[in-house]
Design a protein around this ligand. Structure first.
Ligand code: F6R
Length: 242
């Protein structure tokens, strides 16, 4: 595990964008595993800037996203499809047919998950997987559990995650209760994993995840075993780590 400590969210976003840019420069048709949420927004802004400056070309880049809410259509502003379109895909020259998210509108969970695993398998490996860290240690929507889920599956979101995500919805009742997510096995199979963590509110879980025991009760802790895991975190998030 390599830790890049930054002053704040802005510097974290710049450093992460530099790392991702290097992946694209080295392999123009790379497969990027992407995340949504607050943590990667600044990173996407920096990638867009590099594209606008003519430093990056996304025309051959392919992407697979970590997760999608079950029951939200692409046009729904809270869907992860909408988020990706809004924050990155519509602002760079990535081909939409090369971007992939689980199909939130597929009501048959088994079918949705099987189809998504087939998409991921057809890519022959994810070159870089970007992650945020949930307050309960979740990665993607892999919530604390008795075991690590390996492949794409449908999850019931925990109260803590519903509570954390309600800020994006009109009311807590509008927050979907289920989501499709890549499994921990798929995340661990990525050639490189970059995790972004910012803020004092993440300091305790960051310490538990990366300086405590590896356990499915803290899903992110398994990244301690990843051979090429880079944690890009700001001073506040690292404030409990000696
Ligand atoms: C997003 C995702 C989630 C978030 C996590 C942190 O696609 O899978 O695991 O990365 O909930 O969210 P933020 O970045 O909003 O703190």
């Amino acid at each position: 595990m390599r830790i890049i400590k930054t002053k704040n969210y802005e510097e974290m976003s710049k450093r992460a964008a530099d790392l991702i840019a290097s992946v694209i420069l080295l392999k123009p048709n790379c497969v990027l595993g992407l995340a949504t949420g607050s943590s990667p927004i600044g990173t996407y802004q920096n990638l867009v800037k590099k594209y606008q400056a003519g430093e990056l070309d996304f025309s051959e880049v392919r992407s697979v996203n970590l997760d999608e809410y079950k029951g939200l259509a692409k046009e729904n502003e809270q869907s992860y499809y909408y988020f990706m379109h809004d924050n990155l895909f519509s602002k760079v020259n990535i081909k939409m047919e090369n971007t992939h998210l689980p199909d939130g509108m597929e009501p048959d969970s088994e079918k949705a998950c099987k189809e998504y695993d087939e998409v991921i398998a057809s890519m022959n490996g994810v070159d870089m997987q970007l992650l945020g860290l949930g307050h309960d240690g979740h990665i993607g929507f892999n919530e604390p559990n008795k075991e690590f889920d390996k492949t794409t599956h449908c999850v019931n979101l925990t109260e803590m995650t519903i509570e954390a995500n309600k800020r994006f919805f009109k009311s807590i009742n509008d927050v979907p209760k289920q989501a499709y997510t890549m499994g921990v096995g798929t995340i661990m199979a990525a050639k490189m994993v970059i995790m972004l963590v910012s803020g004092k509110d993440k300091a305790k879980i960051l310490k538990d995840a990366f300086f405590g025991p590896v356990t499915p009760e803290v899903p992110a802790s398994i990244l301690q075993f990843h051979p090429n895991f880079i944690l890009v975190a700001d001073e506040d998030a690292l404030s409990l780590v000696k």
